[in-house]
Design a protein around this ligand. Structure first.
Ligand SMILES: [Zn+2]
Length: 155
């Protein structure tokens, strides 16, 4: 992502006001405090903006059996879904490194299930700088729910 920092298109607003972007970044950064990451010490915070304005937080939750751990994005989306949220306007993630880290491949697919391809994903670094990409930019030619025929459309 070294070239992304100098690309002015990476700070597009995607319909969010500067204040909304700033708030989302602050919430994602604060969510790092929720991280349970005793093994990697790699804290990740996530703030998910729902279409009703609610912001749902998540953080990475590690496990002694490493692969069992859960990423911040999956935690936030799962939490939001359990609360009945299904439409999202933006996702912000924050880490303690620079340049900003992006969601892992598994999370990109997890996000794909519930979000439009033009959903902005804001990625904040330890210094308060961010890069933003759409889901489609992070997960091109993706496979999603519209490719499967659901047995019950009410689900
Ligand atoms: Zn992940």
């Amino acid at each position: 992502m070294s070239t992304a920092d100098s690309d002015p298109t990476t700070t597009r607003s995607y319909g969010l006001t500067p204040a909304e972007v700033k708030n989302l970044g602050q919430q994602a950064t604060a969510a790092k405090a929720l991280s349970y990451s005793p093994y990697s010490k790699f804290r990740v915070g996530c703030a998910l903006l729902c279409d009703d304005g609610e912001i749902v937080l998540g953080a990475n939750i590690e496990n002694a059996s490493y692969p069992v751990g859960v990423c911040a994005e999956k935690a936030a989306l799962s939490r939001a879904c359990l609360e009945g949220q299904r439409k999202f306007l933006a996702i912000a993630v924050s880490t303690d490194i620079t340049p900003p880290a992006s969601p892992c491949g598994m999370c990109r697919q997890f996000i794909r299930e519930f979000c439009d391809l033009n959903l902005p994903i804001y990625m904040w670094d330890k210094d308060g700088n961010y890069v933003v990409k759409t889901l489609e930019e992070l997960l091109p030619m993706s496979f999603g729910p519209e490719h499967l025929k659901k047995p019950d459309s009410s689900v």
